[in-house]
Design a protein around this ligand. Sequence first.
Ligand code: UDP
Ligand code: MG
Length: 326
Amino acid sequence: MSKPILWIVIPCYNEEQVLPITAPMFLQKIHTLTEKGLVSDKSRVLFVNDGSKDKTWALISDFAKQDEHFIGISQSRNRGHQNAVLAGLMEALHSGICDITISIDCDGQDDINAMDEMVQKYLDGAEVVYGVRSRRDTDTFFKRFTAEGFYHLMNALGADIVFNHADYRLISTRVLESFADYKEVNIFLRGMVPLVGFKSEQVLYERHERLAGESHYPLSKMLALAFDGITSLSNKPIRLITGAGIVVSIISFIGVIWAIVQAAMGSVVAGWASTICIVCFVGGVQLVCLGVIGEYIGKIYMETKARPRYIISERTWAPYERKYHG
Ligand code: UDP
Ligand code: MG
């Protein structure tokens, strides 16, 4: 079997501080993997510029001029991490000259040395290899608590995701071909890749501190990602709402009977407090329920528009005439 061509797919958003440090590391990785005989020398490092506002794209273009192993594409504007990774994966698939992809963040947090084992697992027959964090020492207690809670909640709500796996994974182009048929606009790769199936393996790695620059995932974005992940993969919240509605209805029914009995016994006016409590409580529950249902309707709305999931405005290479949109 000829050696597989690997493309390392790296989303970058305002990363001018960290790219000059990590780009040579990725290049070095390609060289060591080639020397070990695991991948072909035609392997590439693909940077996806996610509409950065700093010098990121200029840096990427420079890298591409300096070494043919570097290539870059640029999204027409910032679309978020998931869409950037998707754009890179689809670029690799459509290039027609790539066998396996590994997606990884550009900040050096994920240990690139896990790639050797990932490729080895691919050579041994796995089509998807998930990078799984072995420890979370470098995270604050808060991040660890929220992140692990998130995985448990996701699984409880019916989204089948790999525990402590983020977006560091190997996917073969064979899997990407099937994955390309998942046309949804609300994408949550972690939950979608397991849906595609195929033989999968896991590789443990240690996650480090960011080498430079700052995280683009503050709590608000993390919550949004969690919420998106759940609502784009599972209908369980809607079912929970139905269940809650039934429970509240039963309680109200008991309350009504109780009120009638009280009235019949003549002890009427007392009860302002309990009335207010019930009104507020039921009002709150209704609002939350409407919000969750609204979230799903919003998702349906976006899906019916079927807008492109990414638009590539620039490339450091010119592989094909036609432009691909996701
Ligand atoms: N990223 C992106 N688009 C965005 C935000 C982030 O492409 O809108 C990239 C970013 O450049 C990095 C990766 O996604 O390579 C992960 O982001 P970050 O390190 O800020 O998140 P954290 O590791 O703190 O969760
Ligand atoms: Mg990071």
